[in-house]
Design a protein around this ligand. Structure first.
Ligand code: CA
Length: 235
């Protein structure tokens, strides 16, 4: 796990021994764990605080985990939910997924499997968030981009008018920052299915981006081409 803020998990489980064991293991993995022992406490915590993930037992006193999941989703909260269901209750699992849970584990489960699923759910969600939080404006280094106006201001104060395709490619690369975007995906998203520019065309766009935004365009910091694979924006 990296980043400044610890990844936070709400653990909702009424069996105390299991609760403590899970909490300890999640904390050892570097997560910050908030405890709830019933559905009402879980909902209260969710309404007061941001969580990266909820681990939710189905069999809880009074309000069950499925109702908790449904209530969370009805309030338009997309937090990933991993439900823990009792053995032989496939009806619970199906209902839980229908009501908006993202994944489930059947008790008794393997701890490593739980940690793996937790990790996957959290990362999947973080990637989605990174993508959706990219608004009209973006800043990197001393460069500024306005996707909507198709304009940019470079590190040296120069105003740049971006073409529509430049804007689209820039946005696509930044949305997938630190990941290689395959050439096929770029062609599909920026040029559409019917037109096939050569690799050279994309290379020229990348050269332009370096001219606009790199202080040393021969040693690019942000815009990289990965030979034979695609292109990457890194920060
Ligand atoms: Ca229980």
């Amino acid at each position: 796990m990296s980043g400044d803020k610890k990844t936070s998990i709400l653990l909702v489980e009424d069996e105390e021994n299991l609760h403590e064991a899970l909490k300890l293991n999640l904390e050892l993995e570097g997560y910050e764990v908030t405890s709830a022992f019933d559905g009402a406490a879980a909902l209260k915590a969710v309404s007061n605080e941001y969580f990266d993930l909820i681990i939710l037992d189905v069999m809880l006193p009074e309000m069950d985990g499925i109702t908790v999941t449904e209530t969370i989703r009805l309030s338009n909260n997309d937090v990933p939910v991993l439900i823990l269901s009792a053995k032989n209750s496939s009806a619970d699992r199906v209902l839980g997924l229908k009501k908006g849970a993202d994944d489930y584990l059947t008790k008794p489960f393997n701890l490593e499997e739980l940690l793996l699923r937790v990790y996957k759910l959290i990362n999947k969600n973080k990637k989605l968030q990174d993508k959706t939080t990219l608004g009209d404006h973006y800043e990197f280094g001393n460069n500024q981009v306005d996707f909507k106006a198709q304009e940019a201001t470079s590190f040296n104060g120069e105003k740049i008018q971006l073409s529509k395709k430049e804007t689209m490619l820039l946005k696509l690369l930044i949305e997938n920052k630190n990941e290689v975007v395959p050439r096929e995906k770029i062609l599909q998203s920026v040029w559409g299915y019917n037109v096939y520019p050569t690799t050279r065309t994309i290379d020229n766009f990348i050269l332009n981006f370096r001219k606009y935004f790199e202080e040393d365009s021969r040693n690019p910091r942000y815009f990289h081409s990965v030979r034979g694979v695609g292109y990457k924006y890194s920060e």
